[in-house]
Design a protein around this ligand. Sequence first.
Ligand code: UDP
Ligand code: MG
Length: 321
Amino acid sequence: MNSNNTLAIVVPCYNEEDAFPITVKSLTNFLGGLIRAEKVSKNSFLLFVDDGSKDKTWQLIEAETKQNPLVRGLKLSGNVGHQNALLAGLLTANEDSDLTVSIDADLQDDINAIEKMVDAYHDGADIVYGVRSDRKSDSVFKRTTAQGFYKLMSAMGVKTVYNHADFRLMSHRAVEALSQYKERNLFLRGIVPLIGFKTESVYYERAKRVAGESKYPLKKMLKFAFDGITSFSVKPISLITALGIIIIICSIAAFIYTLVSYFTGNTEPGWASLIISIWFLGGVQLSAIGIVGQYIGKIYVESKERPRYNIEKYVKYSKEQ
Ligand code: UDP
Ligand code: MG
């Protein structure tokens, strides 16, 4: 067991004044336990990120840092959204930590799974995903929309971990690699699997929110899904190209049909040429837009300047081996 590793638990908070007192208590007890069991170092800490809350969240965090040595607070200048708040927390925590765990402020994720994550880290994993083994606690609506979301993402070619939200452990170097992904439209669940390194999963049951209400109404959820797809996949553009080609094929069928109608004599003058042009031009236009789109898609991907690789190990010859 290596107790020299400093763990940082990062908690993004947006209007969480109801949940915060409960959460900070549970996490303090839990982290204290890990330190006493010598699973992590005494320097380990909790980092609460206030994502521009409009309620008393920051006052509560700040007050807590004055009397709880395990707690740190980071206040963002305004509301930047869950993903960006989380990134701010991870990058800040990484300056003083060897491993980070991100968890929501509502404790829907089972904090006891963190211990299993830390064990997996000690066994050599760089990234450990917390995966929900069941969703009984979520409403039917939340469950179906969330699962539809994962299915849609994979149909669009975005690699995500099924039933994993943003509850995960990352090693120091994994967070460092993450910081090289420069995009502004952040979708961490899509980026983290691209980092590579040894990954593990731990399973847990998802609970209900300890207090307060969901900060993800349907509108935000849809935007999140749309962002996720358009930030990771140019498939929608390929679909336009494909549709254009299908319509060109249809225009050939329409061409044959109109010719037959024309020769059997039951058409108005001008109808045949008109209908063929409509179908054919429609198809040509769509596929042309699609092809232009493919180039825009490439520019889009290039403009992200993502790293092309992350180095996991660098071995050199040494005599002592
Ligand atoms: N959150 C945030 N900024 C936002 C919205 C949410 O930091 O703009 C935080 C929120 O405080 C919580 C986490 O993101 O810790 C997940 O939000 P929530 O639990 O409301 O989402 P749900 O579990 O309902 O999907
Ligand atoms: Mg939640």
